[in-house]
Ligand binder design. Sequence first.
Ligand code: KOT
Length: 831
Amino acid sequence: SLDAIDLQDRCELSNRTGMDSETLKRAFLNNLFYVQGKFPALATTNDYYMALAYTVRDRLLQRWINTAATYTELGSRTVAYFSAEFLMGPHLGNNLINLGIYDQVEQGMAELGLSLDELQEEEEEPGLGNGGLGRLAACYLDSLATLDIPSLGYGIRYEFGIFDQDIRDGWQVERTDKWLSAGNPWEIARPEWSVEIKLGGHTEHYTDDHGNYRSRWVPDQVVKGIPYDTPILGYQTNTANTLRLWTAEAPESFDFRSFNSGDYLGAVYEKMISENISKVLYPNDDSSQGKQLRLTQQFFFVSCSLQDMIRILHGQNLPLENFHKKFAVQLNDTHPAISVVELMRLLIDHHQMDWEQAWTITHQTFAYTNHTLLPEALERWPIELFGSLLPRHLELIYEINQRFLDEVRIKFPDDEERMIRMSLIDESGERYVRMAHLACVGSHAINGVAALHTELLQKDVLRDFYEMYPHKFTNKTNGVTPRRFMVLSNSQLSKLITSKIGDSWIKNLKELQQLEQFVDDAGFQVEWRRIKQHSKTELATYIQNNNNITVDPDSLFDIQAKRFHEYKRQHLSLLHIVTLYNRIKANPDIEITPRTFIFGGKAAPGYFMAKLIIKLINSVGNVVNRDPDVRGRLKVVFLKDYNVKLAQRIYPAADLSEQISTAGKEASGTGNMKFALNGALTIGTLDGANVEIREEVGEENFFLFGLTTEEVYHKRAHGYRSRDYYHTNAELKLAIDRIASGFFSQGDAELFRPLVDDLLNQDQYFLFADYASYIACQDQVAAVYKDQTKWTRMSILNAARMGKFSSDRSIEDYCRDIWKVEPVNVELRQC
Ligand code: KOT
């Protein structure tokens, strides 16, 4: 019988766990044959990639199954990270690093005549996120596993992730991201754990057998959620946690109903509507679109996940009353905030719990992370739309609100204005449900993502909630994983560091500080510079191949890579470029530090101004890159389709990191951390985590410019007039006039008018107010760059002092202060 086979034998027989180069090679060829059904003469690069991916997956599975068994046996307290986005990036390289077999596999592949780089290039990255928020979730999963914290990531398995970006005639063009078309070797479907989700319809009220007044939801649509699991292995540990993403399907029973009545097309239509739910990621970053499908997506994954957690709880013979003891749920912004109501509904309507107990469990379960201060990103749903999709939830929200406002009334008597401001329902015009208020009321902890951001939440956006529940608020400064963003993406620098201080910095980033002892070591400086130069040369080759632009690896690589948004001010950097260009035109022999300006990032498809800024970058590039007067001293490059893969090429090659958002607008930023960790110097405002980065690296190693948040508030309150700056700063005027005149648009003075007019008349992001300070700071950057010894010194100190910004530190903070969860050691026992 199966039981008779010794478990250890099963592993060894299968050849699926060995980590030495020979075994890996044999397993790889085995998978090529038995999984891909190919022999080398017919195999495509994709076949090789798949064979390698399955080889790696086998090694993950052993750890994954052990982890699940351990957690089940121990009934471990578990973190559930709820996020509408997980921007994972390619899995292959990261898993090789975390398994500790990167070098063996690279060598093994080379012996077979294959390049591991090329195989990694073959992977379609899962782009199930827009930018910072989704990438943060991915870094957190890596740290949770690395720190041996039992955890699950819950989200949506979008069939189409963030669109692929093309550039045509300088404009962004979107293409569908078909990331699943070649198959996904990293996931396993678990149809046996499917759940049903209700939508629409109405509610009914009745008295149960015990004489209790009860409600039930009679939906008019039911969809099925199917979980797909991806193992998330930690670095140098046996812990492999799970990312569980839900796909929507029509339940068979519904098809049959229409089918039996002869309505075949109706049945197919039903199926199509259901499957729309997980079809596509909404491509907006830092803004919210009040679309019904979006709310449906949010409710869909939240309800699937909560039902799944109740199944897990029951599977471990734990009572429902222990839900909050078993699980700590983190809400990644308000996208999953409907959880608060859905858990109440499941407890009360499905499990007959009374209100008080259900509420205790609910608010002890959830914690809420806010990721933005932008008013346009705060989610609110029109009552009509909300009630038609989730009628029972609307009733429950009214009840939660009534009880909440009673509390407010007691704490702040006779303050009607405050009640109106704090209500879960916005009644100032058309009525809305305010999701951030729901998240605050339904959670026991609320956090911002950088010190300044948390302070501004408390002072401004969530001030009333801070006054009501000061104990709920904490700061949790973001972090990034050094595994992907150093060890994997900058292997040369990582190896240099390890040769000096050993490799424990990879799990304990604070140890980078030991690099300070080498800061004046000439040999170390030379190595440090050589590696940066190497990365720049590789990026230069990429630019040559993709943009057909020749750039000089000796020039200063000045990079801004992030989503396009007016508050991030890519166009402020453009004003600098045009200013330098104007200086050259006025005096072609001017002494100037050669620079390559590199931009990357996507604009939301409906965000006209962001798309116009992309067009302007390309237009300026077309003129500057070709003008003989420039003599190659300035180059402007727009790298299309910025994604995790490309980011990993970019960070190691940067000299200067542009973090130039208007103070008070960027919640944290995380690209700022990845650049600095890779030895780039930052030019930045006192915004988001820049403030803390500067504190850590020292003000003498950071290029600071611009207004502070208070100064911005003050100017806004006292009638900011950008035009005054235009009239009093000759270089600014000339830069704007050049753009406005059609100089960069073949004489077309209309093309960039919306941008120019906005800056002259509104400029809500204070570009003109910050222009002079930015230019002066950039002149200083150029001067320091000429002194390569000084620059290298600053670069080393930046990397050495980035320890705080490991996502391991962030996760430890969450574990200690919010989740109250401890590590669980996983031992390898069986296959
Ligand atoms: C998007 C829609 C609604 C609310 C918030 C967002 C959002 C915020 N999307 N990305 N963010 C970014 O999150 C990062 C991780 O915390 C921050 O570093 C960054 O500043 C935010 O803009």
